[in-house]
Design a protein around this ligand. Sequence first.
Ligand SMILES: Cc1cc2nc3c(=O)[nH]c(=O)nc-3n(C[C@H](O)[C@H](O)[C@H](O)COP(=O)(O)OP(=O)(O)OC[C@H]3O[C@@H](n4cnc5c(N)ncnc54)[C@H](O)[C@@H]3O)c2cc1C
Length: 253
Amino acid sequence: MCGVAACSPMGPNDELLQSLRAAVGPSHVLTDADVRASYETDWTRRWRGEAVAVVRPASTDEVIAVILACAAAGAAIIPQGGNTGLVGGSVPREVAAGPQVVLSTLRLRDLEPVDVLAGEVTVGSGVTLAALQAHAASSGFAFGVDLGARDSATVGGMIATNAGGIHVLRHGLMRAQLRLSVAVLALTTVGLTALPVVLTLVPATRELSVLGIRFPWLVLGVAVYPSAWFLARWYTRQAERLEQDFTEVVESP
Ligand SMILES: Cc1cc2nc3c(=O)[nH]c(=O)nc-3n(C[C@H](O)[C@H](O)[C@H](O)COP(=O)(O)OP(=O)(O)OC[C@H]3O[C@@H](n4cnc5c(N)ncnc54)[C@H](O)[C@@H]3O)c2cc1C
């Protein structure tokens, strides 16, 4: 004799589902087909696939636990923010080699206080653009990126797609807003401009001449100006290429 539950055969994904429930709590592992449907269908309704479950972690630790559970089961993870990406990247594949799990970031919506001195803010990847804009505005700042899907598109999705939007020519793409990009650009600019100044201050290099030209001036003309031009050109080309790709995808039938 045995009870019904004890005798039920285990489904192929039951172990994975158990681990996911342990990771984020049972109420945040969505398995009902009707509830999953909106997460499994792309904004354009052109792409659709089936997931074993939609999981909704609320912290970095929970995200890690979900990733470990999926890795142990050999399940593919599809990160999903606002599901407004338009190109099917945020939904499960229609044909897949193994189980697929949608990792919804919508509960990762921490908004840390705006650092008004640095002009920076740290937010969760599931924070919507509209929420970020409102949060920045409450401290007197404007966020550099804006687009029509602002009420649904999330920070994580916008970074993943390097979103452009209506201010792209003025403020650049989404990844240009990240602290690392800004820091790298600032450091490169400071480094390039400071180099000839440093060479002028050091007596050994100040007196040095090559073909009658003072070394600091030579560095300025041969290294600094061309590098600055090259970097600016590269940055513009990347922005143009990404915008072109985006336009082609949106305009394709
Ligand atoms: C009305 C409308 C207007 C739009 N206007 C513009 C526009 O002007 N410019 C523009 O560039 N785009 C635009 N888009 C496209 C879309 O809004 C952007 O691509 C946005 O960045 C997607 O964000 P999301 O949170 O919806 O991402 P999703 O659609 O959920 O995901 C997009 C991709 O990012 C991945 N992803 C999502 N979150 C994460 C994460 N946390 N970590 C890792 N990967 C992740 C997903 O797996 C997927 O591959 C528009 C879309 C709509 C519907």
